[in-house]
Design a protein around this ligand. Sequence first.
Ligand code: RFL
Length: 404
Amino acid sequence: MAPAEPGPPPHPAPVVIVGAGPAGLTVGNILRAASVDCVVLETETREFIERRPRAGVIEEWAVRGLRQRGLAGNLLERAVSHTTCEFRFDGQRFRFPYTELTGAHHFVYPQPLLVTDLVREYADVRGGDIRFGVRDVRLHDLDSDRPSVSYVCPETGQRRLVECDFVAGCDGARGVTRASMPAEHARLSRHDYGIGWLALLAEAPPSSDCVLFGCHPRGFAGHMARSPEVTRYYLQCTPGEDPENWTHDRVWTELRERLGAAGAPPLTEGRLIEKRVLDMHDYVVEPMVYGRLFLAGDAAHLVAPIAAKGMNLALHDAFLLGDGLVAQLTKGDGTTLAGYSEACLRRVWDYQEFSQWLSELYHGTAAGDPFRAGTTLARLRRLFTSPAAAAAFAEQYLGTAAQY
Ligand code: RFL
């Protein structure tokens, strides 16, 4: 661990939260609601994090968790409820009415709106301390009773030190907190799918009343409504491919082909306002705790956006970590913190397994292997012929299992 450099006198706070994504802001809000002081450090600006497009699908239990903590006001007013998804394969449409089967549904609420709500509640309503645009964040003495976090202040260029009792590492997949865990303490397991997704946002109304999954020999295609004006699309592509290879015409031709099915209405086309290639991979850090550092969200585990699970897991961690820190700091009760890593990882591994299973469903027909294409089509058909297979899929898709 790097020793802190001299600078202005240290500023104490019981908890330093590194990263203002869904995980960090949820932990911060839980702490502030219990009058526990904390500091959130974020490398980007407030405007940037409030606009960064990403997730949209939130599971019901996660919304319940936000509501119980007073964080779902806008979401409950504005989120759209999704009850059905549609698979397209073999030139046909297959509707999967999961709410009819289970009584459960998905909420769709764009991540930038959730982040905007969480920052406003934390900083403007609950009076939380948040510093944007910080640089070169470093963690110190994590294995001691008095860890600290230092950063370069954007206004003065000086290194500032915050002494604390606990550090919440919520700085996502490209942050620094995970790397502060000694390699001999934490195991990083990784899985590469060898698949890329061209992630697109189109300035166009949704082309269907539900999420569409096109499982086509040319590759997977997905359609997800984000708002009445904006739709997310995905196209399976080569990992590491330059998104500029995908012209407007090529994108829409390929989407029409892969999502085409008998009786399907034409796609509503529009300007592409985001075009990025995502390399599909997963990782998990075990344990998620080192000394006084607790990782949460993508900092601890990345799940490729195949099953729309990453933000849901980030919220699950944040609920446990926020509640655990409050119990420890206000009542001296360390039970939740002691079981934190294990409790989070049970759901993490379950969601990782489902993502792998779903990946084969999405990509198997395009694997260039007739045997895999045959088993994938069998797996797809089974969802529509076997009530037991449909129920198992719905449970995992919606995250409704009673226990993880
Ligand atoms: P975030 O959201 O990445 O936030 C981390 C924050 O930390 C900041 N940061 C630092 N701050 C201080 N010091 C440093 N050294 C720092 N380094 C980074 C960053 O600027 C950022 O503000 O992590 P968090 O909170 O763990 O949340 C995770 C979710 O964002 C992520 O899992 C989801 O977006 C994944 N995901 C989806 N999840 C779902 O549950 N449902 C979905 O529908 C869904 N769709 C998606 C997705 C992810 C996608 N991409 C871009 C990979 C769709 C896409 C296209």
